[in-house]
Each structure stands twice: as structure tokens, then as C-alpha cells.
Ligand binder design. Structure first.
Ligand code: CDP
Ligand code: CDP
Length: 223
């Protein structure tokens, strides 16, 4: 029987983490854990309830009362918040533009990280986020750091929006992505950073399959 390892994938917004992580999880029959969806779900609930996003005690209170489930389905991974399907609403612009404020708080991160580690306790996971290789799963057998130019990442999000049926302003998207990267990289607790032992892949001119194949080669060497 082959060993079921843990794979950590980190990187900035729209570097291709979730697309690639999902494909890897499918190929390996592993669990895919989208940690960004967890921070987005809490942000969605906090906005819904009008909570001050700078008040970490209030955020922790609602988080403790928020059961977040990540369920694979034939339409991709679904996200449930206390039983309600929030897969699409947590991708809306108001959530995207507030999530980095919610994610900077220590108490929020501690609770999220405990849940993430529990998901990964038996191995056989592909987990993506910002601090997976550096903090959540420091012993992950494979650590990947994906990056791409901000222009390319904005173009990808623009195309994704169009495919979902709505127009977006490319320049504004670029600014929003760059601002979120700045907040995520400069925060005090578990900032976005490449782990020393992570393998960096620049995906700017790579297709999704190129990236998946590269990572599969690395995984095969470790299993
Ligand atoms: O998909 P996208 O790259 O736009 O973002 P995401 O992975 O859904 O993450 C949304 C936000 O959650 C990030 O910008 C971070 O502020 C936060 N996050 C985090 O702090 N730590 C993680 N492990 C994952 C996400
Ligand atoms: O999870 P993250 O925010 O890092 O990125 P993503 O949501 O996986 O990827 C953002 C978009 O870029 C998706 O629409 C992908 O299909 C696309 N993509 C791409 O065009 N080329 C790649 N090498 C990776 C992703």
C-alpha cells in the first residue's frame, strides 16, 4: 500500500492553487482542503451579521458557532456554513475585499488552524492556502509555492468572471489582487511566505496541466 502523504500548496491570489490542488487530489484520491474557503465563510457570516471585522473576539464567537464543511461533489468542491450551501456567495466581491482583514487576527487563525490540522490528521490531503507549508502542516512531505505575475493573475480572474457571466474591470482587479497580496504578506501572524523547503513554481506561462504534471513528478518521488 502506498503512503498517503500531505501536500501543502501556498501562493498569492489566482496563482492557480485551488485548480491545481483539486486536480492533484482527484488523481491521488486524496481529500482537497481549501483553507481560503474557510476564511471566506467566516467573512461572509461576519458581513451578514454586521460584525466589526477588526473585533477578533466577536469574530471568534461567531466562528465557534459556525460549522464549516468542505464536501467534494461532481460539480467541484461545495462549501457549507451550518448546513447552508455558500459555495458561490463566498466568492462575491464584498467577501473577497474583506477576507484579508478577518484573516489577520490571531484568535481566528488559531481556531481555523486547529480545524485544518484535524482535517489532515490521517494524511492523504492536498491543502491550499497561504500558511500551509510554513505553519499549518510544517511536516508536509511535499510543499509547493505557486506564483505568477500580477498581470497574469488579474487576467485569469477576469476570464473566470466572464465565464461566470459577469464583466469586471481588469485594472481594478489587478489593484485588488495586489492589495490583498500586500495585506496577506505583511500581516504579523502566519503571513503569506514560501516555506524554506517548498519548491517554487512560476505558473505565469504554464498551463494547468503543466503545473499538475510537474507536481505529480515531485509527489511520485516522495511516495
Ligand atoms: O482564491 P484566492 O486566492 O482569491 O483566495 P483564497 O485562497 O480563497 O483566500 C482568501 C483569503 O483568505 C486570502 O487572501 C487570505 O487573506 C486568507 N487566507 C489566509 O489568510 N490563510 C490561508 N491559509 C488561506 C486564506
Ligand atoms: O486558488 P488560486 O486563487 O491560487 O487560483 P485558482 O482559482 O486556482 O486559479 C485562478 C484561475 O486561473 C482559474 O480560472 C484557473 O483556471 C486559471 N489558471 C490558469 O489559467 N492557468 C494556470 N496555470 C492555473 C490557473
Amino acid at each position: 500500500m502506498s503512503t498517503r502523504i500531505s501536500i501543502a500548496i501556498d501562493g498569492p491570489a489566482a496563482a492557480g492553487k485551488s485548480t491545481v490542488a483539486k486536480k492533484l487530489a482527484e488523481k491521488l484520491s486524496y481529500l482537497y482542503i481549501d483553507t481560503g474557503a474557510m476564511y471566506r465563510t467566516l467573512t461572509y457570516r461576519a458581513l451578514q451579521e454586521g460584525i466589526d471585522l477588526n473585533d477578533e473576539h466577536q469574530l471568534l464567537n461567531i466562528l465557534k458557532d459556525t460549522y464549516i464543511e468542505l464536501k467534494p461533489s461532481e460539480h467541484g468542491q461545495l462549501v457549507f456554513m451550518n448546513g447552508e450551501d455558500v459555495t458561490d456567495v463566498i466568492r462575491q466581491a464584498d467577501v473577497t475585499n474583506s477576507v484579508s482583514i478577518v484573516a489577520k487576527h490571531q484568535l481566528v487563525r488559531e481556531e481555523m488552524v486547529a480545524r485544518q490540522r484535524a482535517f489532515a490528521k490521517n494524511g492523504g490531503v492536498v491543502m491550499d492556502g497561504r500558511d500551509i507549508g510554513t505553519h499549518v502542516l510544517p511536516n508536509a512531505e511535499v510543499k509547493i509555492f505557486l506564483k505568477a505575475s500580477v498581470e497574469e493573475r488579474a487576467k485569469r480572474r477576469h476570464a473566470e468572471n466572464l465565464a461566470r457571466g459577469f464583466e469586471s474591470d481588469l485594472e481594478k482587479l489587478k489593484e485588488e489582487i495586489a492589495y490583498r497580496d500586500k495585506l496577506d504578506s505583511e500581516r504579523e501572524i502566519a503571513p503569506l511566505k514560501k516555506a524554506e523547503d517548498a519548491i517554487e513554481i512560476d505558473t505565469t506561462s504554464l498551463s494547468i496541466d503543466d503545473v499538475v504534471n510537474k507536481i505529480m513528478e515531485i509527489v511520485s518521488e516522495r511516495i
